[in-house]
Ligand binder design. Structure first.
Ligand code: XMP
Length: 517
């Protein structure tokens, strides 16, 4: 059985980061809302309580019955998690005189504690809280302080509970990963056997058991998630997998042909369906973004359905859903916010069962699995691309001519990003393309005046968009070199007929979004 660390989410912005750090330790973990502790799950080896936007004494604060986990598993409380443990076990939490925020250094009281094994003296940690633990419960011991925070870390031997008021998951806690490793490995006994190779072995075995001799269809998008899902499924069930790749006329330049060739080289049983004309016809004259999305989504299901029904006895629908698509994250009201787009969409009338082999993986893990499966780099490192494709990057109505203009401009930008090399923070040469999360061009619904030769022009404007991000929930505009932007702008204006102006989008998310529509 795959061991698991369970992370109870009390609504902190850094809960997902705790999960990523634990996974980086080759230890499987699952994030669940604070009130959804799974019953009878024997694979749990330890529990982490996250931070929270609340104070423990707030009326609306998220609460759990700690007695249900105390003594059963090792527990680590982080920030609110630590304060909650203290508050509900007989200690005291009060508003801090001033907000305890920023870098501080640990002074150890029990440096031999397993949580601090290997720590340097004065190790830097990151605090961020408005409350502070003023008294720890009876039977608990303080194991580290800082100049400002007396009860920075505590421990209860009897109940195997640890609490830290700082955030080990953030970058500024310089030995934070070591602390999480000490918890996961030394204290909980993680075997650190969660790796791309072990994931592939177990998943292929499970898929074989689950699907047996059944037939399965999967819609490919050209993106990394559906491609990796397809290769995994192909390994498990071979020709019983049929992949369908639909050209909705809104893909990037030459993408349909290029990606189809890649898929065939990977040995996938793939059917390419060019339905561009259908999509252009249905989208003609439609300006409203959500309406365009709906038409494109429905068009995909129509085409996919028609193709899938040509396969006899198909029982399963494969999807490349990944973990962040499914994590139920909490907002301050305690309501679950569902944020991503590619969950659901199962054509009801087909009555297929859903098979999602990547549903536990973060994006970087999907890429690691893809690499381990021997997939080509350019497929694995592909940027995310929205399902409605260029349809949401042409503001206003869509025509084949506008698609052509956008494809040409986008092709220059993307190729430019791939060809322009920089050194990353480790001094390794990488392309600008690999240094950003996602990039693309947006065709704006404005025309502006320009001059070309002796002629006055009145043509379209495009915006370049490139962002850095870890999960698309938040994003910053990428600080691309001016020389690069100058070159791309020149290349677009000189080569793409119909465009005489290029702008660069310098908005972050929030308050903007990555796409413009
Ligand atoms: P936003 O624009 O919401 O985008 O900041 C976040 C991420 O989601 C992608 N995106 C979509 N993906 N269907 C999709 O499959 C959509 O309608 C859609 N809209 C945005 C976007 O490209 C980014 O990666």
């Amino acid at each position: 059985m795959q061991q698991k660390i369970l992370i109870l989410d009390f609504g902190s912005q850094t809960t997902q980061l705790i999960g990523r750090r634990i996974r980086e330790l080759d230890t499987f973990c699952e994030i669940v809302p604070y009130n959804k502790f799974p019953e009878n799950d024997e694979s749990i080896i330890g529990v982490i309580l996250s931070g929270s936007p609340y104070s423990v004494y707030d009326k609306e604060a998220f609460k759990i019955d700690l007695d249900k986990i105390k003594g059963k598993y090792p527990v680590l409380g982080i920030c609110y998690g630590a304060q909650f443990i203290s508050y509900t076990s007989g200690g005291n939490v009060e508003p801090a005189g001033s907000r305890e925020y920023g870098r501080q250094n640990l002074e150890f009281i029990d440096k031999e504690n397993p949580l601090f094994k290997g720590f340097d003296d004065n190790s830097q940690v990151w605090m961020s809280h408005g409350d502070t633990i003023t008294a720890i419960p009876k039977d608990y011991k303080v194991i580290a302080s800082t100049q400002k925070v007396e009860n920075a870390a505590f421990y209860c031997e009897k109940d195997r509970i640890w609490g830290v008021q700082f955030h080990p998951e953030v970058f500024h806690s310089l030995q934070g990963t070591l602390l999480l490793k000490n918890f996961a490995v030394r204290i909980c006994g993680s075997k650190q056997d969660w790796s791309a190779a072990s994931f592939i072995d177990t998943t292929v075995k499970e898929l074989k058991e689950q699907l047996k001799d059944d037939k399965i269809v999967l819609g490919l998008s050209g993106g990394v998630d559906s491609s990796v899902a397809a290769v995994l499924l192909n390994k498990a069930v071979g020709k019983n997998l049929t992949c369908i790749f639909v050209n909705n006329g809104l893909l990037r330049k030459n993408e349909f042909e290029d990606v189809l060739r890649d898929y065939e080289c990977l040995g996938l049983n793939v059917k390419g369906v060019d339905a561009s004309e259908k999509f252009y016809k249905e989208l003609s004259g439609v300006e409203e973004p959500e309406k365009k999305r709906k038409i494109i989504g429905k068009g995909f299901i129509d085409v996919f359905n028609a193709e899938a029904q040509k396969i006899t006895d198909v029982k399963w629908l494969g999807q490349g859903t990944i973990y962040p698509d499914r994590i139920e994250s909490l907002n301050i009201t305690g309501k679950t916010i569902k944020s991503h787009h590619n969950v659901g969409g199962l054509p009801k009338e087909m009555q297929l069962e859903l098979c999602e082999p990547l549903k536990w993986l973060f994006k970087d893990e999907v890429r690691r699995v893809g690499k381990e499966l021997g997939m080509p780099e350019h497929l694995i490192k592909r940027h995310p691309f929205p399902g409605p494709g260029l349809g949401v990057r042409i503001l206003g109505d869509i025509t084949p001519e506008k698609v052509r203009i956008l494809q040409d401009a986008d092709d220059i930008f993307i190729k430019g990003l791939k060809n322009w090399k920089i050194k990353n923070s480790d001094g390794v040469e990488i392309s600008l393309y690999d240094s950003v999360w996602q990039a693309g061009v947006i065709l704006l619904p404005v025309k502006s005046v320009g001059v070309m030769g002796d002629e006055r022009t009145y043509e379209r404007a495009v915006a370049l968009r490139a962002v850095t991000s870890t999960d698309a929930m938040t994003a910053d505009w990428a600080h691309l070199p001016y020389e690069f932007l100058a070159k791309v702008s020149n290349d677009i204006i000189n080569n793409v007929k119909g465009v005489n102006r290029v702008a660069y989008d310098i908005s972050s998310k929030p308050p903007a979004t990555i796409e413009w529509e």
